[in-house]
Design a protein around this ligand. Structure first.
Ligand code: NAD
Length: 496
């Protein structure tokens, strides 16, 4: 595994150096490629510090935005078929490189699980493309009207550390399918893998249709480069995926922002639920990528009458229960407390050293040995525990007993913090489902399945890694990144 990673990193460095020297842009494609349409025979080099070519990776936000603006105009000239080809290239590259890129992302971020990092790239195929842009037509006595979904131009995007390449790839599919170009300011802790993917996408797109820089990235992203990207006059729309800080910052820019913000998804298990299925689904969702998914199950409220059976079922499905002193030890390690205060303080923050870490790391902090293959830790807590209140993003699930569905819904509402992101219920009582759905009013509300079913993974639907919660667009798709334009023919063209 280590060799594969090193090879990839070494290849990257060599490509970078060759690019800066103005030499061959890639060592992976030794054979000469077909001359792209519009190639005037020059190297087509773009500004990258010393003038080398780096396929979409730029030193400054302004360079990245200006190059994307040119690519947008080129794309406009090539029509919908070119968008379709770009979407296919991005999806195929994600599939073909899932193992290598998954490993590289894990190596850089050191959070999450390799099997799920790989899977998150393989499923980019489920992100919708140009087929989503069917126009709407009206026909009547006064003629014919067509409403078309058209691009904005350049979209400025921010990606999280939790799924850097998957979010970036999914955003490119949605945004370019809609006819736009996109500039990325990635998370600094996951920016090298993001830049690697942008290079590979652009190399392949350039080879296929002669357009370079339809997706660009700022090589070393910072808060300043975020500000420059947002302020660039070419950027018409923002798409940010991350926690509360970046959502606030995007909304203050004065530009229209599609914000995929934080969540803290609660699960309610009532007495009518299929308890074994509920436990299996909860383990599947909460353990996925070490609980890094924003939609992942973060706390469970279970009816007292079935709580013991539910926790036994969690154990059957490879979760390990912590006792009270083990929970205390883990809480002390997994949260950072303001000076002089201990566990139980509501203002503690998650300890970044524990976010997305493997179960054995958490188990060691708890002082417990776990068998190989353990997917998740869980512990019984009260409703005010830090593991309930915080979006912990660790494979450790707090389970809270409640005396009634009403109490469970109320506790779930409090834990969700009005993010209106995701909630899950396991029940066969439609009234309970309706009560929880109405009270929490979340963007995703999954019944009797793991959280991922809300993104079409086991349930019906399509995928995106950017679920626009505070701004209300929901699971983003190509139409999210379009302007609706109306074309009207008065008193004519209608046949009857
Ligand atoms: P994060 O908020 O630390 O970073 C997200 C991105 O925002 C990064 O690129 C970061 O550099 C940038 N950023 C952070 N603060 C900023 C600021 N003040 N100004 C400008 N940019 C800023 O989040 P993370 O740890 O990378 O990701 C996890 C968070 O993202 C969780 O809260 C999770 O729920 C959320 N998330 C939401 C979705 C969704 O679809 N709704 C998807 C994935 C992750």
């Amino acid at each position: 595994m280590a060799n594969a990673v090193n090879e990839a990193l070494i290849r990257d460095v060599i490509e970078d150096v060759l690019g800066r020297l103005g030499g061959s842009p890639t060592i992976a494609t030794a054979a000469p490629t077909a001359k792209p349409a519009g190639d005037n025979g020059s190297c087509g080099c773009q500004a990258k510090g010393s003038g080398g070519r780096d396929f979409g990776v730029f030193k400054t936000a302004d360079e990245a935005c200006d190059a994307a603006a040119k690519a947008f105009q080129q794309l406009r000239g090539q029509g919908v078929e070119a968008r379709r080809r770009i979407v296919e290239i991005v999806k195929s590259l994600c599939e073909d490189n899932a193992e290598e890129w998954g490993r590289i992302e894990l190596e850089e971020t050191k959070i999450g699980r390799l099997d799920h990092k790989i899977e998150k790239l393989q499923i980019i195929r489920n992100v919708p493309g140009v087929e989503w842009l069917r126009p709407d037509g009206l026909s009547g006595d006064h003629g014919i009207t067509l409403e078309e979904y058209t691009p904005f131009g350049v979209v400025g995007a921010v990606t999280p550390s939790t799924h850097s390449i998957p979010t970036l790839a999914g955003n490119i599919v949605n945004i370019v399918a809609a006819g736009n170009a996109v500039v990325f300011n990635a998370h600094p802790a996951a920016s090298r893998c993001a830049a690697l993917a942008v290079r590979k996408f652009n190399e392949a797109i350039h080879r296929a249709i002669g357009i370079e820089n339809i997706a660009t990235i700022i090589e070393q992203p910072t808060l300043e480069s975020f500000g420059e990207m947002c302020a660039n006059e070419n950027v018409r729309l923002l798409c940010v995926t991350g926690g509360p800080g970046v959502v606030d910052a995007a909304m203050k820019t004065g530009k229209r922002a599609i914000c995929a913000g934080p969540g803290n998804p609660p699960v309610l298990v009532d007495a009518t639920a299929d308890i074994d299925r509920a436990a299996r689904c909860v383990v599947q969702g909460a353990a996925y990528d070490n609980n890094l998914l924003c939609i992942g199950e973060k706390e469970v409220f279970v009816l007292d009458s079935v709580a013991d059976a539910f926790m036994s079922a969690l154990e059957k499905h490879a979760a390990v229960r912590l006792n009270a002193s083990q929970l205390d030890a883990l809480t002390q390690a997994a949260f950072v407390f303001p000076e002089g205060q201990g566990a139980g303080c509501g203002h503690a923050a998650t300890n970044k050293d524990f976010i997305g870490k493997d179960v054995p790391v958490l188990a060691q902090a708890a002082g417990v040995r776990v068998p190989n293959g353990t997917q998740l830790l869980f512990a019984e807590t009260d409703a005010n525990h830090l593991f309930v209140d915080e979006e912990q993003m660790m494979p450790m699930l707090p389970v809270v007993r409640v005396r009634s569905v009403e109490e469970g819904v109320e506790a779930a509402l409090k834990a969700e913090h009005n993010y209106r992101h995701t909630a899950i219920i396991h029940s066969h009582d439609v009234n309970h489902m309706t009560a929880m759905g109405r009270a929490l009013d979340t963007t995703l509300f999954v019944k009797n399945g793991p959280s991922m079913a809300g993104l079409g993974l086991g349930g019906e639907g399509y995928l995106s890694f950017s679920i626009a919660t505070p701004t209300g667009e929901g699971v983003t798709n190509p139409r999210t990144f379009t302007r609706v334009r109306r074309c009207v023919m008065v008193d004519n063209l209608r046949i009857y």
